[in-house]
Design a protein around this ligand. Structure first.
Ligand code: SF4
Ligand code: SF4
Length: 197
């Protein structure tokens, strides 16, 4: 009995979306004529979560804008001015990574051999990474972030899916551009707090 009610409810949703597709089409048609329905500004609304009805995205010719919190694959952040990675080679990300696909080699002083707070090598096996975002979440230095790269299909693994430090590095300005909210929060946290009088 309950099952058939839910089936009817599901059919109702499909029917509503079907009708809304035509209503929405008409709305855009009245706004600017036949061609207006598929202009870039109309598509930006119609293909977004705010869109009404059923609407096909003609991928790969058309692409939906990715939300800010979308998790693709990780990237390492470097300072735009100094060019130095923010990573201190602490190893936290490698420890928390569930499928253990991060490898780090800490750099050492060329003369004294003392360990330095920077990586000499940093590798991520992207074919194993499951986009969980733990590495970015646990990094104490905001040195690793989740990127928006998703089209990485390839016919061979070793040369293209084992990403080294060179391939992983992106400037801090790139992080600010794709994660404006996250970046603003990080900057606010870094501001020195005013001393109480
Ligand atoms: S990316 Fe972050 S957590 Fe990973 S080793 Fe570097 S500083 Fe540590
Ligand atoms: S996103 Fe998850 S699986 Fe991928 S490297 Fe980071 S911790 Fe590992």
């Amino acid at each position: 009995m309950y099952a058939s009610l839910y089936v009817l409810k599901a059919f109702g949703v499909t029917l509503r979306r079907f009708v809304e597709s035509y209503v929405d089409d008409l709305k855009w048609f009245l706004k600017g004529g036949f061609g207006k329905r598929y202009t870039p500004d109309a598509l930006a609304v119609r293909q977004s979560p705010k869109g009404r009805g059923i609407f096909t995205v003609q991928y790969p010719a058309e692409r939906l804008p990715l939300p800010e919190r979308f998790r693709g694959f990780p990237f390492l952040v470097y300072d735009d001015e100094t060019g130095k990675p923010l990573c201190t080679a602490c190893g936290t990300c490698a420890r928390v990574c569930p499928p253990q696909c991060i490898w780090i080699v800490r750099a050492s002083h060329p003369e004294t051999g003392k360990p330095l707070r920077e990586p000499a090598e940093f590798h991520i096996d992207i074919s194993i990474c499951m986009n969980c975002g733990f590495c970015a979440e646990f990094c104490p230095f905001d040195a690793i972030k989740m990127g928006q790269e998703i089209e990485i299909a390839t016919f061979e693994r070793d040369g293209t899916l084992l990403w080294n430090q060179e391939k992983l590095l992106r400037p801090l300005s790139y992080h600010a551009q794709i994660h404006p909210t996250d970046y603003a929060q990080e900057q606010a946290k870094r501001k020195p707090k005013k001393k109480k009088a």
